[in-house]
Design a protein around this ligand. Structure first.
Ligand code: CS2
Length: 489
């Protein structure tokens, strides 16, 4: 038996499910990048809103290139399970807010038409950092990116998110329809502004008029999104299907915590997000910095050093007290760079992050988080480093995290085994590592010279010196021994 509309009734009584009439839910949102994160985060908020009778907005989910999610969910009427895991056990809930699925590269026209349809009022995005085809250090569109070059030549059959967004917006302009709101839900710094810069620049390369219209009429609110959602494994699928008493081909696994903070600027209306616990604010910046520099920085630091030490998951890494202390130090270094609204308890926030990281029933792989470091380091580690340098403060712990990344991208672990490094510039990084050899004094400066990632920070002598010495120690002692020595009083 497969999870689907007709089988909803056969679920065990304890499973929360859509009790509302799904046929009365209408698509108001097109979401690009319908991966595990979206399905455990935004789609759950939307399901909660409909269930509470506060909205009838559903989601059309789109993958830009990969048909896997559509293939798994289409036979189940786009229903899927969210399994929330904690020490207290697992709570499972079937989500009904996803109505249809599209795959961009299979049928670009249909996806564009969906986005251009006046019924679509928001296009939200979780396309990961690299999906923006930008230079991570500057946040500008990379006009030489192959997908961008392609999409400018073939605007009707785009590949990139920017290409889809701009073509759909062009058609809305043409037909006299208001633009949709572009709701960026990726972990980028000033994510709405970054999306805006990229979309308007791409549009400008097509037509000044179009780009002006988008700048004047569309909205790009910034958001802070937070929920830890590891990749679903075969074991997870089997466990969820067994709890359901029927097959769910692609459930998502997550933690109890969830948070969504959104700037309240929408071009064509929005559902009553607040009724589902979304925090609507006028400026997301402080919360976004807080999350990127504490949670995501801590995550990346643990992922690189933990992986090098042979730990497979964040929880396993955190179970080593020296690594937990290291994560806490990264957060302490970053915390002083944050300017939070009065009443924010940063110490409590950091403590809650450490507890979330340690959640032993969540198998969040260090390898998964280590992915795409060239896209993640600037907003997670480098901006805080820069702020500290400006104030004359030491940067040792951040430098060690960066050194961990450096050793990781050489694609050789501490035992000499290959690392499967996934990163848009993995080949370039490997070439640099090859040329420099495993010698901190050569490797650190060579990697710091990658401008798209480090910008001017990479030539700051203080950075070169502290990162080089951290990398030298990492080579000499290995991650475990190094952190053990640092933890000694
Ligand atoms: C993680 C994030 O994969 C990663 O890089 O740091 O996906 C993290 O789990 C989320 O941002 C938590 O909200």
């Amino acid at each position: 038996m497969r999870l689907s509309n007709p089988t909803l009734d056969r679920l065990p009584a304890t499973v929360r499910r859509p009790r509302y009439d799904r046929s009365a839910v209408t698509p108001g949102i097109v979401h690009l990048g319908v991966g595990a994160f979206h399905r455990a985060h935004q789609a759950v908020f939307m399901d909660g809103l409909v269930a509470a009778g506060a909205s009838d907005w559903g989601i059309i989910g789109a993958s830009l290139r990969n048909p896997d999610t559509r293939d798994a969910l289409a036979p189940q009427d786009c229903l899927y399970t969210v399994a929330v895991r904690s020490g207290a056990g697992t709570e499972i809930r079937v989500i009904g807010s996803l109505l249809e699925m599209e795959v961009g590269n299979e049928n670009p026209e249909r996806l564009i038409a969906r986005m251009a349809d006046p019924a679509t009022r928001i296009v939200s995005l979780t396309i990961t950092e690299k999906g923006y085809c930008h230079t991570p250090q500057t946040g500008e569109l990379d006009e030489r990116h192959p997908d961008i070059v392609h999409d400018l030549r073939h605007p009707q059959t785009p590949r990139s998110a920017a290409g889809f967004l701009v073509e759909a917006l062009a058609r809305r302009k043409e037909s006299g329809t208001l633009p949709f709101t572009i709701l960026c839900c990726d972990n980028l710094s000033a994510n709405g502004k970054t999306a805006q810069r990229i979309v308007t620049r791409f549009a400008e390369l097509r037509s000044k008029d179009l780009s002006q219209w988008i700048a004047d009429e569309a909205a790009f609110p910034c958001t802070m999104v937070d929920r830890i959602v590891p990749e679903t494994t075969g074991v997870d699928r089997a466990a969820v299907s067994s709890a359901l008493g029927m097959t769910d081909a692609w459930p998502v696994i997550t933690e109890p915590f969830t948070q969504w903070i959104v700037e309240d600027r929408f071009a064509s209306g929005r559902p009553d997000f607040a009724a589902a616990g979304v925090q609507l604010v006028s400026d997301v910046t402080p919360f976004e910095h807080m999350k990127l520099r504490l949670l995501n920085a801590g995550h990346s630091a643990l992922a690189y050093l933990g992986y090098l030490a042979g730990y497979g998951t964040i929880a396993a890494t955190m179970a080593d007290p020296n690594f937990a202390a290291f994560a806490a130090h990264v957060m302490e270094e970053a915390a002083v760079t944050l300017k939070m609204p009065a009443g924010t308890d940063l110490a409590a926030y950091q403590a809650s992050l450490l507890a979330r990281f340690a959640n032993p029933v969540l198998h969040h792989r260090t390898w998964q988080i280590a992915m795409d470091g060239s896209q993640k380091l600037p907003q997670r580690l480098l901006s805080a480093m820069q702020d500290r340098l400006q104030r004359g403060l030491p940067i040792n712990t951040h430098a060690l995290a960066v050194a961990g990344w450096m050793r990781y991208v050489t694609a050789r672990d501490e035992q000499g085994k290959d690392i499967d490094v996934r990163d848009p510039i993995a080949a370039k990084l490997a070439a640099i590592a090859q040329e420099a050899g495993p010698v901190a004094e050569r490797l650190a400066p060579a990697l710091l010279a990658v401008e798209s990632l480090f910008g001017t920070l990479g030539s700051d002598p203080r950075v070169v010196s502290v990162v080089t010495s951290a990398l030298a120690q990492l080579y000499r002692l290995g991650a475990r021994q190094l952190l053990a020595e640092q933890a000694m009083p």
